[in-house]
Design a protein around this ligand. Structure first.
Ligand code: ADP
Ligand code: MG
Length: 344
């Protein structure tokens, strides 16, 4: 931990931008011109360009009481490039706009950018621009991710077909439990500041919240195995909400099997500590950044080669609606109770 505090006003806006971006080495041939001019230039050489933007606001999307700046930087990038992977595309560039009050020092911004650059390096993405402004209160980040895809390879939410398998990567519900633990510890700390948090047992779910990863490996696997999902979405608001997006936009129903939903042992243990049903966490918790997709049944043999993919159900005619079959054999309509920042 660095205890120095350098006021950002001592650098000025241009000095700050220069400081934050001086070590950028462009990694992609498509990044023709990066930081330093009125705009960046990108050439995707005949591929199509995919763009996605997110806005993250302190107190709404993140709490700096338990989110280290470095993790926030990393996660801001991951959340955005996850949307690019959800199109079956490859992220190549980012722009990042920041607003911050004088509560934030240069050291805090450096930590934030350490996280940003760590994610950029890991996923082979270039930071090619941004904007910098002061805010009266709090920290605001907007990330725009740009990617590329062959014209015949992008995957929308609306292409699912009746009979397709419904699949998801990784494990679900972990990030939500990480959030519950950190919120609980924050409350304890506010009431008695001397108490040290005991979160060691929960490192997996807390890691899932504070240092999520995007599923580049799944998109790479599709490419290698010549698989093309019929529809895809990333799980940022909870499984049930994302399934309903696919059903609605593809004009289909689905059957989801509770027993097939992938849940880690750590997540289940954590859910029991809070006396909540792990399935509810998987269905309604947000920020897992896994990929949910549909694919023809004929691809099943290729899919099972990847242990990171679970088949959790299949698509049906729209009249049948979107249903979950519980472990007890009951059938219930899936409702969207996903994490919604507008309803906090
Ligand atoms: P303009 O006046 O045209 O908005 P700026 O002075 O804001 O230009 O930006 C100068 C250059 O620095 C541009 O290339 C811009 O994309 C980049 N830039 C500005 N802020 C950031 C930031 N926070 N992170 C990365 N690049 C930035
Ligand atoms: Mg500007």
């Amino acid at each position: 931990m660095n205890n120095e505090r350098t006021e950002i006003s001592s650098l000025g806006e241009f000095g700050l931008i220069e400081h934050l971006t001086k070590n950028i080495e462009l990694q992609n041939v498509s990044s023709i011109l990066g930081v330093g001019d009125d705009a960046a230039i990108i050439d995707h050489f005949g591929k199509q360009t995919v763009i996605s933007t997110d806005l993250l606001v302190e107190g709404v999307h993140f709490d700096l009481a338990y989110t280290p700046m470095k993790h926030l930087g990393y996660k801001s990038v991951i959340a955005n490039i996850s949307d690019i992977y959800a199109m079956n595309a490859t992220p190549t560039q980012l722009t990042l706009a920041l607003g911050f009050s004088n509560r934030f020092s240069l050291e805090a911004l450096d930590e934030f950018y350490d996280g940003v650059y760590a994610a950029c390096e890991k996923y082979g993405v270039d930071l090619v621009g941004g904007d910098t402004t002061s805010s009266q209160k709090g920290f605001i980040v907007s990330v725009t991710a740009i990617g590329e895809v062959s014209p015949d390879k992008y995957v929308k939410r609306s292409g699912a077909q009746k009979g397709d398998l419904l699949c998801v990567s990784g494990y679900l519900g972990g990030a939500y439990l990480g959030l519950l633990f950190l919120e609980r510890e924050k409350k304890i700390f506010m009431e008695s500041p001397g108490v040290q948090p005991n979160l060691e047992d929960e490192s997996q779910v807390i890691g899932k919240l504070l240092k999520p990863e995007a599923r580049k490996d799944i998109v790479d696997f599709f490419g290698r195995e010549n698989l093309l999902p019929t529809s895809m979405i990333d799980v940022s608001d909870g499984l049930s909400s994302e399934i309903l997006h696919i059903c609605k936009q593809s004009n289909l129903g689905c059957v989801l099997y509770e027993e097939k939903i992938p849940m880690s042992e750590e997540m289940k243990r954590a859910a029991f500590k809070f006396e909540i049903d792990p399935t509810v966490c998987a269905l309604s918790g947000g920020e897992d950044y896994e990929l949910l997709f549909t694919i023809p049944q004929s691809e099943y043999d290729k899919l099972v080669l990847n242990e990171e993919i679970s088949v959790i159900g299949y698509m049906t005619a729209p009249e049948e609606g979107a249903n979950i079959i519980t472990k007890g054999g009951g059938k219930h309509v899936i409702t969207a109770q996903g994490w919604n920042h507008l309803n906090q």
